[in-house]
Design a protein around this ligand. Structure first.
Ligand SMILES: *[C@@H]1O[C@H](CO)[C@@H](O)[C@H](O)[C@H]1NC(C)=O
Length: 185
Protein backbone atom coordinates (compact mmCIF):
# COMPACT_ATOMS: atom_id res chain seq x y z
CA UNK A 1 0.00 0.00 0.00
CA UNK A 2 2.71 2.40 0.98
CA UNK A 3 4.65 1.74 -2.21
CA UNK A 4 1.51 2.28 -4.28
CA UNK A 5 0.89 5.63 -2.63
CA UNK A 6 4.48 6.78 -3.26
CA UNK A 7 4.36 5.64 -6.87
CA UNK A 8 1.05 7.43 -7.43
CA UNK A 9 2.45 10.62 -5.92
CA UNK A 10 5.54 10.43 -8.13
CA UNK A 11 3.34 9.91 -11.19
CA UNK A 12 1.16 12.90 -10.34
CA UNK A 13 4.21 15.11 -9.85
CA UNK A 14 5.70 14.00 -13.17
CA UNK A 15 2.50 14.63 -15.11
CA UNK A 16 1.96 18.00 -13.42
CA UNK A 17 5.54 19.23 -13.86
CA UNK A 18 5.34 20.53 -17.38
CA UNK A 19 3.04 21.80 -20.06
CA UNK A 20 3.89 21.71 -23.73
CA UNK A 21 4.20 24.44 -26.33
CA UNK A 22 3.78 23.29 -29.93
CA UNK A 23 4.94 25.44 -32.84
CA UNK A 24 3.04 24.71 -36.02
CA UNK A 25 4.06 26.13 -39.39
CA UNK A 26 1.07 26.85 -41.67
CA UNK A 27 3.04 29.39 -43.72
CA UNK A 28 4.06 28.73 -47.33
CA UNK A 29 7.70 29.32 -46.30
CA UNK A 30 10.08 27.79 -43.76
CA UNK A 31 9.99 29.15 -40.20
CA UNK A 32 12.69 28.64 -37.58
CA UNK A 33 10.94 28.63 -34.15
CA UNK A 34 12.96 29.42 -31.04
CA UNK A 35 12.29 29.47 -27.32
CA UNK A 36 14.16 31.13 -24.49
CA UNK A 37 13.81 32.41 -20.96
CA UNK A 38 14.30 35.97 -19.74
CA UNK A 39 12.33 36.75 -16.54
CA UNK A 40 12.16 40.55 -16.22
CA UNK A 41 14.58 40.76 -19.15
CA UNK A 42 17.36 38.77 -17.43
CA UNK A 43 18.41 36.02 -19.87
CA UNK A 44 18.60 32.50 -18.43
CA UNK A 45 20.37 30.45 -21.14
CA UNK A 46 19.60 27.15 -19.35
CA UNK A 47 16.29 27.09 -21.26
CA UNK A 48 16.77 27.39 -25.03
CA UNK A 49 15.37 25.53 -28.01
CA UNK A 50 15.53 26.03 -31.77
CA UNK A 51 14.47 24.19 -34.90
CA UNK A 52 13.57 24.55 -38.56
CA UNK A 53 10.00 23.88 -39.66
CA UNK A 54 9.17 23.46 -43.32
CA UNK A 55 5.57 24.27 -44.35
CA UNK A 56 3.16 21.89 -42.60
CA UNK A 57 5.64 20.78 -39.93
CA UNK A 58 5.39 21.22 -36.16
CA UNK A 59 7.51 20.67 -33.06
CA UNK A 60 6.68 20.45 -29.35
CA UNK A 61 8.81 21.50 -26.37
CA UNK A 62 8.11 21.16 -22.64
CA UNK A 63 8.00 24.05 -20.15
CA UNK A 64 8.15 23.68 -16.38
CA UNK A 65 4.81 24.64 -14.80
CA UNK A 66 6.51 27.15 -12.51
CA UNK A 67 8.81 28.79 -15.05
CA UNK A 68 8.70 32.55 -15.52
CA UNK A 69 9.68 34.69 -18.49
CA UNK A 70 9.38 32.01 -21.19
CA UNK A 71 9.05 33.28 -24.76
CA UNK A 72 8.82 31.78 -28.22
CA UNK A 73 8.95 33.31 -31.67
CA UNK A 74 9.54 32.49 -35.30
CA UNK A 75 12.45 33.43 -37.53
CA UNK A 76 12.44 33.71 -41.31
CA UNK A 77 15.11 33.58 -44.01
CA UNK A 78 17.80 31.90 -41.91
CA UNK A 79 20.92 30.30 -43.39
CA UNK A 80 21.65 26.55 -43.47
CA UNK A 81 22.85 26.72 -39.83
CA UNK A 82 19.71 28.49 -38.64
CA UNK A 83 21.71 31.72 -38.21
CA UNK A 84 21.70 35.16 -39.88
CA UNK A 85 17.91 35.21 -40.11
CA UNK A 86 16.15 37.94 -42.09
CA UNK A 87 13.55 38.45 -39.29
CA UNK A 88 13.46 37.36 -35.66
CA UNK A 89 17.25 37.01 -35.57
CA UNK A 90 18.98 36.22 -32.26
CA UNK A 91 22.50 35.81 -30.96
CA UNK A 92 23.44 32.19 -31.62
CA UNK A 93 22.49 29.85 -34.41
CA UNK A 94 19.67 27.33 -34.56
CA UNK A 95 19.45 27.67 -30.76
CA UNK A 96 19.61 31.23 -29.44
CA UNK A 97 21.64 32.22 -26.39
CA UNK A 98 19.91 35.54 -25.71
CA UNK A 99 16.23 34.48 -25.48
CA UNK A 100 15.67 36.61 -28.58
CA UNK A 101 15.50 39.83 -26.59
CA UNK A 102 16.58 41.81 -29.66
CA UNK A 103 14.67 39.70 -32.20
CA UNK A 104 11.97 42.44 -32.54
CA UNK A 105 9.46 39.77 -33.53
CA UNK A 106 5.95 38.64 -32.59
CA UNK A 107 6.54 36.63 -29.41
CA UNK A 108 4.37 34.18 -27.52
CA UNK A 109 5.00 34.60 -23.79
CA UNK A 110 4.35 32.21 -20.91
CA UNK A 111 4.67 32.40 -17.15
CA UNK A 112 3.39 30.91 -13.92
CA UNK A 113 1.18 32.91 -11.60
CA UNK A 114 -0.85 32.17 -8.48
CA UNK A 115 -3.89 34.38 -8.08
CA UNK A 116 -4.83 32.68 -4.79
CA UNK A 117 -8.61 32.70 -4.20
CA UNK A 118 -9.11 34.39 -7.62
CA UNK A 119 -8.29 31.33 -9.69
CA UNK A 120 -5.26 29.75 -8.01
CA UNK A 121 -2.26 28.49 -9.99
CA UNK A 122 -2.43 29.42 -13.67
CA UNK A 123 -0.23 29.67 -16.74
CA UNK A 124 -0.41 33.26 -18.01
CA UNK A 125 0.18 33.65 -21.75
CA UNK A 126 -0.03 36.27 -24.46
CA UNK A 127 1.21 37.43 -27.84
CA UNK A 128 3.44 40.53 -27.86
CA UNK A 129 5.44 42.64 -30.31
CA UNK A 130 6.45 45.45 -27.94
CA UNK A 131 9.40 47.27 -29.49
CA UNK A 132 9.19 45.22 -32.67
CA UNK A 133 6.95 44.03 -35.46
CA UNK A 134 4.64 41.19 -36.38
CA UNK A 135 7.26 39.43 -38.50
CA UNK A 136 5.05 36.33 -38.96
CA UNK A 137 1.25 36.28 -38.48
CA UNK A 138 0.51 34.28 -35.35
CA UNK A 139 -2.12 32.64 -33.19
CA UNK A 140 -1.61 31.35 -29.65
CA UNK A 141 -4.17 28.84 -28.46
CA UNK A 142 -4.73 26.74 -25.36
CA UNK A 143 -6.17 23.24 -25.06
CA UNK A 144 -9.03 24.87 -23.07
CA UNK A 145 -10.21 26.56 -26.30
CA UNK A 146 -8.99 30.11 -25.65
CA UNK A 147 -6.85 31.83 -28.26
CA UNK A 148 -5.46 35.16 -29.41
CA UNK A 149 -4.56 36.04 -32.99
CA UNK A 150 -2.36 38.79 -34.40
CA UNK A 151 -1.64 38.84 -38.12
CA UNK A 152 -0.29 42.40 -38.53
CA UNK A 153 0.95 45.40 -36.53
CA UNK A 154 -2.63 46.73 -36.59
CA UNK A 155 -4.19 43.72 -34.83
CA UNK A 156 -6.47 44.63 -31.87
CA UNK A 157 -4.75 45.44 -28.57
CA UNK A 158 -6.75 42.72 -26.82
CA UNK A 159 -5.04 40.16 -29.09
CA UNK A 160 -1.38 41.14 -28.65
CA UNK A 161 0.61 43.59 -26.59
CA UNK A 162 1.59 46.52 -28.83
CA UNK A 163 2.91 48.40 -25.77
CA UNK A 164 3.64 47.27 -22.21
CA UNK A 165 0.27 48.47 -20.86
CA UNK A 166 -1.95 46.44 -23.25
CA UNK A 167 -3.07 44.12 -20.47
CA UNK A 168 -6.29 43.16 -22.28
CA UNK A 169 -4.05 40.91 -24.41
CA UNK A 170 -3.24 38.68 -21.41
CA UNK A 171 -4.85 35.26 -21.08
CA UNK A 172 -4.50 32.43 -18.57
CA UNK A 173 -5.20 28.72 -18.51
CA UNK A 174 -4.99 25.86 -16.04
CA UNK A 175 -1.38 24.80 -15.47
CA UNK A 176 -2.28 21.42 -17.03
CA UNK A 177 -3.30 23.00 -20.35
CA UNK A 178 -0.94 22.96 -23.34
CA UNK A 179 -0.41 25.76 -25.83
CA UNK A 180 0.09 26.01 -29.58
CA UNK A 181 1.77 28.88 -31.43
CA UNK A 182 0.61 28.68 -35.05
CA UNK A 183 2.54 30.56 -37.73
CA UNK A 184 0.24 31.92 -40.50
CA UNK A 185 -3.02 30.80 -38.82
C1 LIG B 1 -0.69 18.18 -22.62
O1 LIG B 1 0.33 17.43 -23.23
C2 LIG B 1 0.68 16.25 -22.51
C3 LIG B 1 1.89 15.64 -23.19
O2 LIG B 1 1.64 15.43 -24.55
C4 LIG B 1 -0.52 15.31 -22.47
O3 LIG B 1 -0.20 14.16 -21.73
C5 LIG B 1 -1.69 16.03 -21.81
O4 LIG B 1 -2.85 15.21 -21.86
C6 LIG B 1 -1.98 17.35 -22.53
N1 LIG B 1 -2.99 18.09 -21.79
C7 LIG B 1 -4.10 18.55 -22.37
C8 LIG B 1 -5.04 19.31 -21.47
O5 LIG B 1 -4.35 18.38 -23.56
Amino acid sequence: MKFTAVAALAASIASASAYTVTFKNQCSYAVWPAMGKAPNGAVDPSFAYGAKLNPGESITWGVDNYALGIRGWGRTGCDANGANCATGACNGGMVCNDAGITAHALYSEYGYGDAGQWGGQRTYWDLSFVGGNVNIPGRLSSTDGASTTCTSNSCPTDQAYHIDSDHAAMRSSSISDNLTHTFCP
